[in-house]
Design a binder for this molecule. Structure first.
Ligand code: NDP
Length: 268
């Protein structure tokens, strides 16, 4: 159901890569509820269909486009951009969210794994941004939000390649913001700490002790990590920050980020 939106997103068109799960799905739901028309994409057709079915229940069919697309595939991204323009209208907002982290130390990261990780983290932004930029430039409220990680500023040795790539993304967001400001396209990021999502569910399934509940496993994880707020974040909490940065409410904010880490960041 559409409610009067404080975000100013009524009839805006938002594209959320990786909108079939976790943070992307929560962002799609929030933006639809705020009156936007929303496109989501992902690689797994069944997961995408299931996500679309839950979103359509709330928002109806005419404001949602769900299309299979690997953001690393230039042709697929171009076809998504084309479908969005035809079916929903030119995009005002691009949320570069698709991706996942890689757990590996320097000792066990091969050259191929480094390349794969750098490719994912950079081209999951480069390709969609390039494809949607002509549409964003036509908007009077063009905005890009990149879903980045606290690892960008606070690297973890057990996620060495992801941390290094995320630091590069922080830098890229700043450059894009400067280059696109004269075209009135804002570019910002969120730095996510630990947020409950598909990736953590998958780790729970492989790492939890027999009989250990999701609640007990995540509480122990938060305690082990020393997260001051004492829990993992919820996808909706990341979605709130993403939606704010994507919306006209953040019209004088570009080239920066919002920390969504429950106080886990040690930086002032
Ligand atoms: P989920 O696994 O729940 O969701 C990831 C989404 O991205 C899925 O929709 C997935 O669909 C899609 N996706 C992954 N790779 C591609 C691709 N190449 N092309 C298109 N879609 C893709 O994870 P989260 O919600 O946690 O992750 C969202 C973002 O937040 C990611 O970039 C992640 O790295 C980042 N992040 C998350 C943290 C957390 O604690 N949750 C911490 C720091 C950063 P499919 O697999 O079907 O393609």
């Amino acid at each position: 159901m559409t409610t009067a939106s404080p975000f100013g997103l009524q009839d805006r068109v938002a594209v959320i890569t990786g909108g079939s799960s976790g943070i992307g799905l929560a962002t799609a739901r929030l933006m639809l509820n705020a009156g936007a028309r929303v496109a989501i994409c992902g690689r797994d057709g069944a997961r995408l269909e299931a996500a679309a079915a839950t979103l359509v229940r709330d928002a109806g069919n005419d404001r949602l486009l769900a299309q299979r697309c690997d953001v690393l595939d230039g042709d697929a991204v171009a076809s998504l951009a084309d479908a969005v323009a035809r079916r929903l209208g030119a995009a005002d907002i691009l949320v570069n969210n698709a991706g996942q982290g890689r757990v590996s130390t320097f000792a066990d990261t091969t050259d191929a794994a480094w390349r794969e990780e750098l490719d994912l983290k950079f081209f999951s932004i480069v390709r969609p941004t390039r494809a949607f930029l002509p549409q964003l430039q036509r908007s009077d409220a063009g905005a890009i939000v990149c879903v980045n990680s606290l690892l960008a500023r606070q690297p973890e040795p057990h996620m060495v390649a992801t941390s290094a790539a995320r630091a590069g993304v922080l830098n890229l967001v700043r450059s894009l913001a400067t280059e696109l400001a004269p075209q009135h396209v804002r570019v910002n990021a969120v730095l996510i700490g630990l947020v409950e999502s598909g990736q953590w569910r998958r780790r729970f399934e492989t790492q939890a002790a027999p009989g250990e509940s999701w609640e007990a496993w995540t509480a122990a994880l938060a305690a082990r990590k020393g997260i001051p707020l004492g829990r993992l974040g919820r996808p909706e909490e990341a979605a709130n920050a993403i939606t704010f940065l994507a919306s006209p409410l953040a019209s004088y904010t570009t080239g920066t980020f919002i920390d969504v880490s429950g106080g886990h960041s040690r930086h002032v």
